[in-house]
Design a protein around this ligand. Sequence first.
Ligand SMILES: [Zn+2]
Length: 450
Amino acid sequence: MSDLIVKDALIVPMTERKRSFAGHVRISDGVITAIDPAAPVTTVADESVIDAAGCVLMPGLVNAHTHLYQVLLRAVWEDLDLMPWLKRIYGCASVLKAEHFYAGSLLGCIEAIRSGVTTLCEHNFLNPAPDCAFETLRAIKDSGVRAVFARTIMDTGEIVPQCTREKPEQAFRRIEEILAQHRPGERLYFMTGPNTPPINTTLGLLREIRRFADDNALGISAHVAESKSVVDCVRREHGKNGVVEFLHEFGIPGPHSIFAHSVHVSQDEIALLKQTGTSVSHNPVSNMMLGDGVAPVVEMLRQGVNVALGTDGAASNHSQDLFDTMKAASLLQKVHHQEAGVIDPYAVLRMATAGGAKALGLDSLCGTIEIGKQADLILLDLDTIHNQPMNDVFSQIVHCAKASDVRTVMVKGEIVMRDRYLMGLDEKKILADVKAANRDLMRRVNELSF
Ligand SMILES: [Zn+2]
């Protein structure tokens, strides 16, 4: 890998509140080796130079919660609340094939990269056959994005089809098979988790999964308290006040756990999240689309809970665009609290970068621009009509910038998109393949009755 210098950028390192400065960044073997404010640059032999005049250089965005294959289900089941919607999402498993997962996941990754995402967390929960997970992983690897593959488990549930229910031991063996095929240096990391406790997990699974995660040094990813209906279930069937409180009995919250959504959590449960070091992935667009409610993000941040941002799958978001999500996160809290200053753009941008990296256990590698960290960086062209004039770079990244402003993306110093051209990927073919996969899947889905 050749050395690289990015010069004349407006650098937004996300290491200190509201700090930005003009300068250059030097990268060697994928690692940031120098960050120099405004110094004139002399290049050394074999060093490539990227002229970033007019651009912001910032950490790549971290999408802390998604289901990549769901791009195939954009705008398919709309206007449904969580439970009837989930019934269809789960039911779809009986007709999903490994090739659907590959085509959809690759398109999802490309959409993510094109919108400045350098790390994503694929919360994998539908596994009608073992090769579905392997094909998702193949797509992730082919795209070049850094990813956490959170292979979760469902072992019960009225609306969960038989083909995706697994006995814990059987699921653990399958996860071990995935781990065994992992090669170091692939920029892939792994988690496990109960998918949506308690609606599709038994008490037995919850008892076993903490042990399994610890034995294999895996973090835990779970959908938690997404809608009131899930909290009603935990109250009715388990006599607990909330899902976080319920999961605490099984040791599921913890410093390597990420709870997606956490919309309906009490003050006591927010304190429990803080006490246990649990991170939250806030997914505002998905929450709005499904009518779930508004997550108490401001309160979580005030109490010191680490909050990340996620798109969730395209079946409940319609896109994988984290710029959309940042703007939604900001505006949703303002309108919910009826207080314009209740959340500031820096806090939102932090959730989408350093907060996400921390939530996924990758903060020693990425999430900020610092010497010694891996070069997961994006160039954002802000010298454009909708971004000028520039008065507050943090607010304008959150509220003005669009995914299409992302010019160049690198992961561990490797350029995966340059001047909006994806390196080593045939977009036309990928698009044709995904359309074919979609036609096939929709034909199968239309034969199902829900
Ligand atoms: Zn989700």
